[in-house]
Design a protein around this ligand. Structure first.
Ligand SMILES: *[C@@H]1O[C@H](CO)[C@@H](O)[C@H](O)[C@H]1NC(C)=O
Ligand SMILES: *[C@@H]1O[C@H](CO)[C@@H](O)[C@H](O)[C@H]1NC(C)=O
Ligand SMILES: *[C@@H]1O[C@H](CO)[C@@H](O)[C@H](O)[C@H]1NC(C)=O
Ligand SMILES: *[C@@H]1O[C@H](CO)[C@@H](O)[C@H](O)[C@H]1NC(C)=O
Ligand SMILES: *[C@@H]1O[C@H](CO)[C@@H](O)[C@H](O)[C@H]1NC(C)=O
Ligand SMILES: *[C@@H]1O[C@H](CO)[C@@H](O)[C@H](O)[C@H]1NC(C)=O
Ligand SMILES: *[C@@H]1O[C@H](CO)[C@@H](O)[C@H](O)[C@H]1NC(C)=O
Ligand SMILES: CC(=O)N[C@H]1CO[C@H](CO)[C@@H](O)[C@@H]1O
Length: 758
């Protein structure tokens, strides 16, 4: 009963293994799990089937495979399957067999950690509470009542799996199984009975003859042939208790769970990659991410006490199954590099040289080839070492992998996966930093100012040599100003007063492109830089004296895009749909998303949306982009002529222009095919701030023009119609000279066009 302590432990896994009979022969030697006699580097990830839905499973598993995993690991959740003694539930997302088969269909191995004690931040560690209430039952120790129940459930699971021929030895995909879980951490509580119990667990497991190896994580005295494995944040210095057991990491904690009241835990991609690379540098051959997808604690399944409903874990796949970048991508690259040197890692002689200050180099050498790891476990100091005649720099707390012992293919601290966060000691070309996934790129840096910094004055300005099409500057989260280029003149200087404070100041510049250069006749157009070119400077002036601080080569962090775009707020099935508030319509507010519904205009005429009143941004109808809009940008006042256009003479683009002084583009085409019967959705992202209350949909009718000519009604036609029709459900108008007056143009027929917005 003394299990309350177990609540404080987290159960994670990392495993390494081998065995087989009929199908695959999975076994192991002291180096690695072998599959059909071949030593393997195996990368596995935990996904707990009850923490997602059956519909999500194929996608989660596909994304795991795409991320470079070989195997999916899961616990089995006893109290979910047997909520009442001898009454079982294997339906819906408790369908363990379906989950294992889904993994198999996607072509991955499975690791089955039966437990059935699982910890896992799962209610009561996965044990049914009815056990606790059985007379004479003492859990997880040499107690007949408990052992009988544990054996009954474990047998049930093994039989189910065997019946479906899911063990690799039967031709299935399960390559490893686990009995008990992290018992080594608590065994001393049970005294001698604990040791007797774990031996019993091992014997029972063996008696099932499943044909694949059994593991026991965190069990330093695991009885043979159980393989003891390591769980933890780092497992590089772990050694199994038997020279014939490979070095396996069953729980590499990719992040952490959350409890009510806790902040959101995050483990960086760099650090997870460091721990994995280091594990392989030091001879590891199997590792499992706990979690690869954390998911959700549905119902009352959350353990604790006080574990939250979300079990996101900051895992490579987030709670909803989306890629958690850059973590997913950074690890994927690591997996590719490790797989490329699988043979060397599993066969090479290992030699490690200590360079001091926690810097080591490890050579894996076979007769044919060698691969190297350069590790720097120093938490603060970057290292430069000369290794086999070449100089290498290794950032603090990182591992470089040199598949040929010459060229660095990967460093755990250099995250260059397709990601939204980048950092560099220079101002990057927006094309390099943001690729072409968004118009928007944040340039962010911080400036530490001492109280006696010579730059201090009460007149400090931020000066940015622009060219970023459009930029919006913020200092310490407060908006400073915006500026943009005009067509053809893309260089401008932004200069505005800013308020800084002693200590750390955060400077954030949002650069927006309005289309990348598409042509150049006297230069290579593709090489034209975009974004903030620099310099970016702070200027302090006291009287005549000016002090300039150039920030251009500071450390700049980059973030692509804006949250709303990442979350696809414009998409018709956006899962953030509930976040829309319908309070008072905010106007003139920068970076604001608006969403409304409308009925499509009837008929077949072309439809446009009139965006007068808005600043600049992007518009979508039913999730389909209408493109950028910018009605606040007015055309030149000059150059339009009241005279009819003279067709004679050579044409140029300044001739016969119209629309002077008006919004450059006010109406935006909404193709009929974007529209549906009934309700349609319009989404706007307003960058500058505007007033969407005037937005309306119109149709374009060919062949009618309402223009100012010489043959017009002499009366105010609009007010006549307003009087007759506004406020009425129906109205009829007598279109005659009696109503609209005599014109000076005689007998020619006249037309009345009315457009009504209801
Ligand atoms: C589990 O216990 C039930 C009785 O409660 C028994 O009928 C069944 O055979 C047992 N299963 C195993 C595998 O021992
Ligand atoms: C880290 O590097 C610094 C500087 O080289 C050194 O003084 C320190 O001892 C190192 N720390 C460790 C743990 O190696
Ligand atoms: C690996 O070590 C073994 C035993 O020390 C030795 O016989 C063999 O030559 C070594 N191979 C390489 C490639 O260094
Ligand atoms: C590697 O080379 C060593 C020394 O030449 C030899 O003894 C050993 O058998 C070779 N090993 C393999 C796997 O070829
Ligand atoms: C403030 O500094 C700017 C240049 O950085 C200068 O142009 C301006 O005249 C200064 N204003 C005052 C009030 O000193
Ligand atoms: C600003 O950028 C433009 C375009 O690259 C460049 O010609 C100009 O010299 C820059 N200005 C300064 C002050 O560096
Ligand atoms: C039509 O012309 C009159 C007089 O020239 C002018 O006041 C009015 O604004 C014009 N209406 C439109 C719709 O252009
Ligand atoms: C259960 C377990 O292995 N816990 C370890 C996880 O890693 C941290 C940090 O390395 C250790 O302090 C724990 O003991």
């Amino acid at each position: 009963m003394a299990i309350s302590k177990a609540f404080l432990f987290v159960c994670f896994l990392i495993i390494i293994f081998v065995f087989g009979v009929n199908g695959l022969k999975v076994a192991h030697d002291g180096r690695a799990i072998t599959i059909d006699g071949e030593r393997r580097i195996l990368l596995s990830g935990s996904i707990h089937y009850p923490r997602s839905t059956t519909k999500m499973w194929p996608d989660l598993i596909r994304k795991s495979k795409e991320g470079g995993l070989d195997a999916i690991e899961t616990y089995v959740f006893w109290n979910a399957h047997e909520p009442v003694r001898r009454q079982y539930d294997f339906t819906g997302n408790l369908d363990l067999i379906r989950f294992l088969k889904t993994i198999q269909e996607e072509g991955l191995y499975a690791v089955l950690r039966i437990g059935p004690y699982v910890c896992a931040e799962w209610n009561y560690g996965g044990l049914p509470v009815w056990l606790h209430n059985m007379p004479g039952c003492e859990i997880r120790t040499a107690n007949d009542v408990y052992m009988n129940e544990m054996k009954n459930f474990t047998t049930l699971i093994i039989d189910m799996v065997k019946k479906e021929k899911l063990f690799a030895s039967q031709g299935g995909n399960i390559i490893l199984a686990q009995i008990e879980n992290e018992y080594g951490n608590v065994m001393s509580v049970y005294g001698d009975a604990g040791k007797a119990y774990i031996d019993w667990c091992a014997n029972m497991a063996e008696s099932f003859h499943i044909g694949v190896p059994w593991i026991m994580c965190q069990q330093s005295d695991a009885p043979q042939p159980m393989i003891n494995t390591c769980n933890g944040w780092y497992c590089d210095s772990f050694t199994p208790n038997n020279p014939n057991s490979p070095k396996m990491w069953t729980e590499n904690w990719t992040g952490w769970f959350k409890n009510w009241g806790s902040r959101d835990p995050h483990r960086t991609a760099e650090d997870v990659a460091f721990s994995v690379a280091r594990f392989f540098q030091y001879g590891g051959t199997f590792q499992n991410y706990y979690m690869y997808h954390g998911g959700t604690n549905f119902g009352r399944s959350a353990g604790g006490p006080y574990i939250t409903t979300s079990y996101d874990y900051d895992a490579p796949l987030d709670e909803y199954g989306n890629l958690n970048q850059p973590k997913w991508g950074h690890l994927k690259q690591l997996h590719q590099v490790l797989k490329s040197i699988e043979r060397t890692l599993t066969h090479g002689n290992i030699t490690t040289t200590d360079f001091g200050n926690s810097v080591t180099a490890t050579i894996y050498a076979t007769n044919e080839t060698s691969s190297c790891f350069l590790g720097n476990a120093n938490t603060t100091t970057d290292a430069t070492i000369t290794f086999q005649g070449t100089q290498y720099s290794i950032p603090a707390w990182s591992v470089s992998i040199l598949p040929d012992c010459k060229n660095e293919a990967y460093n755990t601290a250099k995250v260059n996966t397709q990601t939204s966060h980048v950092a560099a000691n220079t101002l990057l070309d927006q094309k390099n930093a943001a690729s072409d996934v968004s118009d928007y790129l944040w340039y962010m840096t911080s400036v530490n100012l001492k109280a006696d910094d010579p730059i201090w004055s009460d007149n400090m300005t931020l000066r940015i040599n622009g060219s970023g099409h459009i930029l919006h500057a913020y200092v310490n989260g407060e908006y400073v100003a915006s500026q943009w280029a005009t067509y053809g003149i893309f260089n401008y200087v932004f200069e505005h007063r800013v308020k800084l404070k002693p200590g750390k100041n955060l400077i954030s510049i949002l650069s927006a492109t309005v289309g990348y250069q598409n042509y150049g006749s006297t230069y290579k157009y593709d090489m034209i830089r975009s974004g903030i070119l620099g310099p970016v400077e702070l200027i302090g002036s006291k009287g005549d004296e000016t002090v300039i601080k150039d920030l251009s080569s500071h450390k700049w962090s980059y973030k692509i895009g804006l949250h709303g775009f990442e979350n696809e707020l414009f998409s018709s099935d956006s899962k953030f749909d509930s976040k829309w508030e319908s309070q008072q319509l905010p106007i003139n507010r920068m970076m604001t998303w608006y969403k409304t519904t409308f009925k499509a205009p009837l008929g077949t005429d072309a439809v446009v949306v009139d965006l007068l009143g808005l600043g600049k941004g992007m518009a979508w109808v039913n999730g389909q982009s209408l493109g950028r809009y910018w009605p606040s940008y007015k055309a030149d006042e000059d150059g339009c002529s009241a005279e009819p256009c003279d067709y004679r003479g050579t044409y140029n683009d300044k001739k016969c222009v119209t629309n002077c002084g008006e919004p450059t583009q006010r109406w935006y085409h909404v193709p009929r095919s974007f529209l549906q019967d009934g309700i349609n959705a319009l989404t706007l992202f307003e960058e500058f701030g505007g007033n969407p209350s005037l937005v309306n949909f119109q149709t374009i009718t060919v062949g009618t023009t309402c223009g100012n000519g010489t043959c017009e009604s002499p009366k105010n036609a609009l007010s006549i119609i307003q009087n007759l029709c506004v406020g009425k459900e129906k109205c009829s108008i007598d279109v005659s000279e009696d109503t609209f007056g005599l014109t000076s143009c005689g007998d020619i027929s006249k037309r009345l066009a009315v457009e009504a917005i209801c």
